[in-house]
Design a binder for this molecule. Sequence first.
Ligand code: HEM
Length: 162
Amino acid sequence: AVELNPVLQPLNWLLGCWESDEPGEGTFPTIKPFRYTEKLQFSHVGQPVINYTFNAFHAETNKPMHRECGFIRIQPGTNKVAFINAQNTGLVDIEEGELTGQQLKLQTQSVARISFAKEPHVQQISRVFQLRPDGKLEQTVTMATDNQPPSQHLHITYRRSS
Ligand code: HEM
């Protein structure tokens, strides 16, 4: 195994594989509420960078749905974290924020998308990852679109799968 770059030590609680515990809840004022399952993988290759993939599936049919992948960096010697993200919907975004203990709070700094991305367009994303005292990981995502102010889109908890 490659040794963890010491810069990543404050984020070591994220590393590994996670699987939704029970289906996550998807909401937004303009859509029908839905349920989904999701697998997360956070890994490293010795660089001061975490590599991740998030794969979501339909809760009943198991059909692949939303996917995200990217990199997480931490500014050495600070609690400032950057999340460099690509989504299968044609969106790329950079989120930055702060690590406080085992809670990571992020907000979009910039968003870009393919020319034929579906509307409404996302204008802002904020998310929180939190390792709970019971060992479960929780993710909450809020977004704003062209026509909706910030509103919760996702809430899900995961258990460690390896
Ligand atoms: C709808 C963005 C993650 C499932 C939407 C909409 C947007 C959006 C802009 C359309 C809202 C509207 O019509 O007003 C995002 C962003 C995500 C994300 C930025 C990540 C940061 C996910 C995940 C799932 C998911 C993980 C899990 C399966 C859905 C579904 C809908 C939806 C089922 C409603 C149907 C549809 O419009 O396709 N999302 N989403 N989304 N999202 Fe997400």
